[in-house]
Design a protein around this ligand. Structure first.
Ligand SMILES: CC(C)(COP(=O)(O)OP(=O)(O)OC[C@H]1O[C@@H](n2cnc3c(N)ncnc32)[C@H](O)[C@@H]1OP(=O)(O)O)[C@@H](O)C(=O)NCCC(=O)NCCS
Length: 122
């Protein structure tokens, strides 16, 4: 069991979204993009998801340096709005190999910052 945390300046993500057309598809899944784009301030939600993915990487530790793509760590909200983590491709394989049962994540964002905390249960 391990934890991870990350904080992101929303302006930084906003600039990347505007400057690089492929920023979205490089780091986010279609479902994540759809969720964020339907919000009033998409950058806040993209930033929170980016922070979540980084916090998951921290919690995973990954001391052997296995290559994990941020896009394979997907954050999808349940009906109640609670964010849930779905793993794909190498990230899924990694979780199986290391006996990870659950990854819990919590997000928060204001105008300036987005933060995420992850707990991994093995
Ligand atoms: C859930 C709630 C506390 C979020 O607080 P907030 O101050 O408005 O917003 P924050 O910026 O701190 O957090 C926003 C994030 O909270 C998360 N969130 C939303 N609903 C959630 C829920 N039911 N449980 C856990 N996390 C939730 C989401 O990840 C959201 O970000 P996202 O839309 O980018 O995914 C608030 O919407 C609320 O009080 N809702 C009504 C009561 C409720 O459903 N409570 C939770 C279950 S008891």
């Amino acid at each position: 069991m391990d934890i991870g945390v990350d904080i992101i300046e929303i302006d930084r993500i906003d600039r990347l979204l505007k400057k690089y057309p492929n920023f979205r598809s490089r780091f986010f899944t279609d479902r994540e993009i759809s969720y964020c784009e339907h919000k009033k301030y998409p950058a806040q939600h993209y930033a929170a998801r980016f922070a979540a993915k980084e916090s998951i990487l921290k919690a995973l530790g990954n001391e052997q340096g296995e290559i994990l793509m941020l896009r394979d760590l997907e954050i999808i909200n349940s009906r109640s709005g609670k964010p849930e983590v779905y793993l794909h491709n190498q990230a899924y394989t990694f979780s199986q190999k290391h006996g990870i049962k659950t990854i819990k994540v919590s997000l928060s964002h204001c105008q300036t910052y987005a933060v995420a905390v992850t707990q991994i249960i093995t």
